[in-house]
Design a protein around this ligand. Structure first.
Ligand SMILES: [Mg+2]
Length: 194
């Protein structure tokens, strides 16, 4: 399994080397954020981008749509929260992901990518670990938005209030199953708004 994964990653590297034409935008790093300001964690695939990570690899980033009004409402949320994008996309997709975020007018915020050398293989373990690390740096990580049951588990195990784009996830306390970004925006305002 691991051997196959490594081969796939190697092929992906070649693919990106030949087809990526990128400049990383001026996205801030974690150290540029305010450690006392509230934070919202946001997944990318099937949460703000209407695509899976694997499909994104093989498409022109300009062809990949955002979920309806995702950038609009995330920009509004960005007025009250610091955003951190936490994705299971591999670092090989870094440049194209920045370009996609920029092209779709998403707020500029740190993007945390996965790599096999430093982090667990499974998405739930990876996200749980990274949010745990972030909590040492940021005292107020309040919300998480994602689409997978594993996102929800990673958020809940770190005591985040969760918004999940997935009707197959069973309802439980501190979890909202959502269909669009307007719902998230309104619920966050009702829980936290000023
Ligand atoms: Mg996702």
């Amino acid at each position: 399994m691991l051997k196959i994964m490594m081969r796939v990653l190697f092929i992906c590297t070649l693919f990106i080397f030949y087809f990526s034409i990128a400049t990383a935008g001026d996205f801030p790093t974690l150290d540029e954020l305010n450690p006392n300001h509230p934070v919202i964690i946001v997944d990318i695939d099937h949460t703000i981008a209407d695509v899976s990570g694997w499909k994104f690899l093989f498409l022109d980033y300009k062809e990949v749509k955002q979920l309806p009004d995702a950038s609009k409402y995330l920009t509004l949320l960005g007025q009250q929260f610091q955003i951190i994008y936490l994705t299971a996309r591999h670092e090989y997709l870094k440049e194209r992901t920045y370009k996609w975020l920029e092209y779709n007018s998403f707020p500029k915020a740190p993007v945390l990518f996965w790599n096999l050398a430093d982090f667990p293989f499974w998405s739930e373990d990876y996200k749980t670990q990274r949010i745990g690390e972030l909590k040492k740096q940021f005292g107020r990580i309040l919300f998480g938005v994602g689409d997978k049951k594993t996102d929800m588990k990673a958020y809940l195990s770190n005591n985040l209030y969760s918004f999940i784009f997935n009707e197959n996830v069973e309802k439980r306390p501190r979890v909202e199953i959502v269909k669009n970004w307007q719902e998230i925006y309104q619920k966050v305002l009702s829980l936290y708004g000023h």
